[in-house]
Write a protein that binds this ligand. Structure first.
Ligand code: B12
Length: 442
């Protein structure tokens, strides 16, 4: 059969392709988005300077992307605030599914208008080939800020003027321009009340805006990503059922089953729960602050629960000082840098500023072999700076074969054999190497 005689080809030729609009009306997209299920919607052009760092990733996903539609899905505050994790988690995963569904419905509604689009998933799945690096191309929060959906709060969430932080975000990529784009909200809904700081079970949110990323991840993601990796390794390491039960409690095993069966189970969303921002939430906080603290914050602080920490982390020190009923459990979060590049990129995420309060040290790092790289790491009074290349005068210079270094970080090779083989050399006081390791527990 000739191609032109094929039924699909004939049907295609007989139909008229929808006339593709050069520019769509923003009002029409917003109406369709609301009909598709969005609680709020904003539009931003991919060209917007604030989105520059996400442009290449977005263009790789869908070449020709011109517009990003930020979609807001409200969550029910009472559910998120509930100290029973299953109630809170279910609301979060419901919201994630709903955000994806809304984006999909909007894509379907736009297709007959000749608009090409792509739904970027609200949360998971992500591109696991990038683990342990950045596994998502689009940052929903950055898109939402630029599209006028709110501003970032101290709790690191997008805070919507009405809904506060009780929401999840979705993004739809469009291949057409729009006649009118939105601008960021001109005030920050965050009240700077610091209740997120008081609620966080691992002390990850600093009053000054610091975020201890890895401490949040280690606890929150116990049943996900690297937490799951660690659980699998515990299984392998266990010599018997009794040994496994010493390592992993029965409650933890069934929690893992629940997470795998029913989707996202986080160990905390207390930073969202405690937040009184947003016109719909602020009332009880303004009317009776004492009652608000007693009803919202206290039950979360008082909850008896396991808190997962990296050995030697700031979180491990924080929990017993701050909470009576919470018990720390040392775990690994599965983060093992896969390359020197990945190690240098992740330093800021792993940093424990509590361990660096009294330091004023400059490290030079030289890697050779399968990867060549030079970096300067300055740790001073609780702050970290990582620069490419060797700058200034070093207090300690580490030179290492890159494969040996990666095996050492993965605990597959010991320090002594690495030093004895000459594949790792340290010039400077060994105590400075110990201080470095304490700042970046793995
Ligand atoms: C990475 C991520 C996390 C990380 C880091 C959070 C952070 N503050 O940056 C972790 C795992 C800790 C996390 C936790 C939570 N998250 Co989250 N998360 C994301 C994700 C995938 C990207 C965030 C982002 O773009 N940040 C902003 C930009 C500037 O950061 P960045 O340059 O990418 O670099 C940062 C991170 O990307 C990260 N990073 C960089 N490299 C790597 C490598 C690895 C391996 C990992 C894991 C992270 C990572 O570290 C940097 C510093 O924070 C988005 C989904 C998405 N695709 O957008 C949801 C998202 C931000 N999360 C959300 C939520 C709700 C949560 C939790 C409440 C879930 C929970 N119960 O655990 C907590 C809240 C913690 C908090 N207070 O921030 C919502 C926020 C909704 C809102 N109102 O703003 C989002 C938008 C998901 C959604 N679809 O709605 N999250």
């Amino acid at each position: 059969m000739k191609l032109e005689e094929h039924p699909t080809v004939k049907s295609y030729r007989a139909k008229q392709a929808p006339a593709r609009p050069a520019v769509l009306e923003a009002a029409q997209i917003k109406e369709l988005a609301r009909a598709a299920g969005a609680d709020d919607v904003g539009l931003v052009e991919l060209e917007r300077p604030e989105l520059a760092m996400w442009r290449p990733g977005t263009e790789a996903l869908m070449p020709g992307t011109k517009t990003l539609v930020s979609l807001v899905e409200r969550l029910t505050p009472a559910n998120v605030r509930c100290p029973t994790r299953s109630v809170s988690d279910k609301e979060y995963s419901r919201g994630m599914h709903a955000a994806d569904e809304t984006a999909h419905n909007l894509a379907t509604a736009l297709a007959p208008l000749g608009v090409g689009s792509m739904v970027f998933p609200a949360g998971f799945p992500m591109d696991m080939s990038q683990w342990p690096g950045k596994m998502w191309a689009v940052s929903h929060k950055a898109v939402a800020v630029a599209a006028g959906m709110g501003q970032m709060g101290l709790n690191r969430m997008l805070l919507h003027p009405r809904f506060g932080g009780f929401l999840v975000l979705g993004t739809l990529l469009l291949d057409v321009a729009v006649d009118r784009y939105d601008q960021p909200v001109d005030y920050n809904p965050c009240l700077d009340c610091k209740l997120c700081v008081a609620a966080c079970p691992v002390g990850a949110i600093g009053k000054d805006g610091h975020f201890a990323f890895v401490n949040c991840l280690t606890h929150n993601y116990r049943d996900r990503l690297g937490g799951f990796q660690d659980w699998a390794e515990q299984l392998i390491k266990s010599k018997s059922s009794a040994d496994y039960r010493r390592r992993v409690s029965d409650q933890e095993t069934v929690s893992m089953w629940q997470s795998l069966s029913y989707g996202i189970c986080n160990k905390s969303s207390y930073c969202m729960a405690a937040c009184p921002a947003g016109e719909d939430n602020i009332g009880p906080f303004l009317e009776d602050r004492k009652a608000y603290l007693a009803e919202v914050l206290q039950p979360l602080n008082d909850k008896a629960e396991e808190i997962y920490v990296l050995p030697g982390s700031d979180a491990e020190e924080y929990v017993p000082k701050r909470f009576q009923n919470k018990r720390v459990k040392q775990v690994s979060n599965g983060i093992r840098p896969r390359s020197v590049q990945n190690f240098l990129d992740n330093l800021g995420l792993l940093f424990q500023r509590g361990k660096a309060q009294d330091m004023d040290t400059t490290y030079h790092l030289t890697f050779y072999g399968s990867e060549n790289a030079e970096a300067t790491v300055v740790i001073k009074e609780g702050a970290l700076q990582v620069k490419r290349g060797l700058e200034g005068k070093a207090d300690l210079h580490l030179k290492a074969d890159s494969d040996t270094w990666i095996s050492f970080l993965a605990k597959e090779k010991g320090l002594l054999p690495a030093l004895l083989s000459g594949k790792m050399k340290i010039k400077g006081p060994p105590k400075l190497m110990k201080a470095f390791a304490a700042c970046f527990p793995l």
